[in-house]
Every structure is written in C-alpha cells, then in structure tokens.
Design a protein around this ligand. Structure first.
Ligand code: NDP
Ligand code: KPL
Length: 342
C-alpha cells in the first residue's frame, strides 16, 4: 500500500463523509460512494466538517471523487464500509464485483456481525472490524459535525493499516481484541434506542437521572447475558463496563463530574438510531437489542428490557410514537415481564 492511498468510502453518510473528508484533508485520494441526495449537496457547496473542540475544515468538491456508481470501488486500496447494518450484504456484493481483491476492507459500523458478513462474501480478502466511538450528526447540506470524543480502533493485521489511515484529527489504532471492543461498544449502543425513543439530544438524556437509571437497568441486563454466554467485552471509555450501570445511577451532579473526565459530548449529539427514526429509515435494532435478546434466549437469561425497547422501536419504525417518556417505556417493560410484549 502506498503512503497516500486511494480510500473508497462505501456508504457516504454521517460517518463516511466525516471520516472520508478528514482523510482527504490529510492527503489521501478519497472517493465517496453514496446517494445523490447527499452527494449533490457536496457537489454544490463542498464538504464542511466541524467538531465539539473547534475543528472547522472546508473541502471543495474537487478534492474528492463523488459517485453513485459502485464502479467507483475500482482501484481502491482501502474500502471503508459505512452503511447501516441492514445494507451490508448488498454493499458486500458490490465490493466483491468492483473492488480489487487486494483492497483491504474495513467495517466502521456498529454491531458485532458486519465484519463476518463481509468476510463471508469476500473470501480470501483482508477484512477488518472497526469501532468508531464518536458521534457524527448531519448539520445541514454538505455539513457534518462530530459531537463527541474518542478514537477509532480497527482489528490488528498486516501492513500498518492504522498508521496509514491516521490523519490530523483522526488517529486510528489497531487492537488484537477488536471483538471484545465491539461487544463493549454494543453495550453502549443499547442506548441508541432509548435516545431515539426519548426524542432528546444525548446530553440532555444523560443529564436526566430517570433516563440514566433505565440505561443502567438495560445495560445490567445485557451484561448478565454476556456473562452467561462467556463473551468478553472491553469498554471504549476508561470506565470499566461493570461499573457503568452504578455510575449511571449516581445523582446528576456526581455523574456529570465523572462522565466529563471520560467523554466529551456536545449539545448536538443524538444517536444514529435517533436520526434513522427522524428520517423514517429502518434502524439497526436487530443487531443491537436483537443480538442481546437472541443470546439471552440461548443462555436462559431473561431480557425483558431489551425486548420491550426493541418492540417500541419497531412500532416507531412503522409510524408509531417516537417521543416517549421513561414511564411509558417502563410500562412496556412491565408488560413484557408479564409475557405480553413482542
Ligand atoms: N452516526 C454516528 O454517530 C455513528 C454511527 N456508527 C455506525 O456507523 C455506521 C454508519 O452510520 P451512519 O454514518 O450514521 O449512517 P448513514 O445512514 O448516515 O450513512 C450510510 C449511507 O450509506 C448509503 N448507502 C447504503 N447503501 C448504499 C449503496 N449500496 N450505495 C451507496 N450508498 C449506500 C445510505 O443511503 P440510504 O439511506 O439511501 O440507504 C446512507 O446515506 C452504522 O453501522 C452506525 O451504527 C458508529 C458510530 C457513530
Ligand atoms: C452515539 C454513538 C457514538 C454511541 O452510542 C453511536 O455509536 C451512534 O450514534 O450510533
């Protein structure tokens, strides 16, 4: 792989445009493969990237290749897969048909199944799992805002890939424990659904103790499932996962002090699932809560919270209410414990 590589972002949305844009600003040749509704805005006014710490990068459209045509994958050194999980099988087929077999494929997606889905469709290729801890929100035409902190981790392998992908403002590291890191992220991503159902920005949701207690109960349920299944999980923040439910239950002034040391999060942040529901798109609920529910069933651990929350997200996906209070969600959980939900 050359020092400056051709990176193709496969699915240019929030994560793809932000990461791809910073990599282009850092000197890589970048192609954004995406939808016309997104690329046309970038064609018209370039790409504008900001973040919680004052980053302000503007890239004219001619610094990027922009295409809706999967033939844009031809000639890639690295393919960054940034579609939502339900779109992974289709994207895997496009990569198989168009990307060179030597291109390294990196999944920058949430959930724990995407790298395996890609490997199954791309036998013999170097496919890495990755974990993106930070939040990116659309902030207007051609503009994306990184609203929380953390650095990308990818699976360890040959070729110094992390060093190659690291650019100013976007360090990338490799870890042999990427599977555990992805499970740790999945535990945090269980809040994507609560955030989406709350209708609140993440910071406002986190500053409310009733929401935090619900997050804590859901996380404790999932930790019990992972313990029964013997699955190790590593946190994306310095706070151990077993301690997180207890921290969430602290009074707000104490929680805020401790959380501020582990994570920066600004007022714009909302989970990717919140954006999916707002835009009436299918969510990743099956690969987040759905994964815990399936494991719980296999290992005899009840998962009433994940089941009720998944049920409410599915209802919202098909046009049901999306702005719920903690009390309404607790009522649905009690219904599930009584065997009524899902
Ligand atoms: N947003 C965030 O803050 C974070 C997201 N993640 C994870 O990163 C992944 C990506 O999330 P995010 O960036 O929010 O997702 P987005 O929905 O913003 O972006 C994905 C884009 O890919 C497009 N797409 C899908 N299939 C194709 C295709 N075949 N050809 C071209 N474009 C395609 C989608 O279009 P369409 O909708 O029309 O299919 C969409 O515009 C997810 O797994 C998410 O959980 C991880 C950390 C944070
Ligand atoms: C908000 C964040 C960064 C963590 O839950 C995320 O992964 C998402 O929005 O999907």
């Amino acid at each position: 792989m050359p020092g400056s590589s051709h990176i193709v972002v496969a699915g240019a949305g929030s994560i793809g445009c932000f990461v791809g844009g910073l990599m282009a600003a850092g000197g890589h040749r970048v192609t954004l493969l995406g939808r016309a509704r997104i690329l046309d805005d970038i064609r018209a006014q370039g790409l504008h990237l900001t973040d919680f710490a004052g980053l302000d990068v503007r890239l004219p459209a001619d610094r990027l290749a922009l295409t809706e045509d999967p033939a844009g994958l031809t000639g890639a050194d690295v393919v960054l897969v940034t579609v939502k999980t339900p779109a992974t099988p289709d994207m895997a087929r496009l990569i198989a048909d168009h990307a060179p077999p030597v291109a390294v494929v990196v999944s920058l997606q949430n959930g724990v199944e995407n790298a395996d889905l890609l490997r199954a469709a791309l036998p013999g290729r170097d496919v890495r799992a990755g974990m993106v801890p930070f939040n990116v929100v659309p902030a207007g035409p051609g503009r994306w805002h990184r609203a929380s902190s953390g650095d990308i981790v990818i699976g360890a392998g040959q070729g110094g890939l992390a060093g190659l992908l690291s650019v100013n403002g976007l360090p990338v590291s490799e870890s042999p424990e990427i599977a555990a890191i992805q499970w740790g992220k999945l535990l945090m991503n269980l809040n994507n659904a609560l955030n989406a159902l709350s209708g609140l920005p993440l910071r406002a949701q986190l500053m409310d103790r009733d929401w935090r207690r619900l997050m804590a109960d859901q996380m404790a349920e999932a930790l019990a499932v992972l313990a029964a299944a013997g699955i190790p999980a590593k946190p994306a923040t310095p706070i151990p996962l077993w301690l997180t439910p207890r921290l969430l239950c602290l009074p707000t002034f104490l929680f805020a002090r401790i959380a501020a040391r582990a994570l920066t999060i600004d007022a714009e942040a909302r989970s990717s699932m919140a954006h999916d529901l707002m835009q009436r798109r299918p969510t990743e609920i099956d690969s987040l809560q759905g994964r815990i529910i399936a494991l719980g069933a296999r290992h005899g651990v009840p998962t009433p919270i994940c089941r009720a929350v998944a049920g409410l997200v599915r209802r919202a996906e098909s046009g049901g209410p999306a702005c719920l209070g903690v009390g309404e969600i607790r009522a649905a959980i009690s219904g599930d414990e009584g065997g009524k939900a899902d």
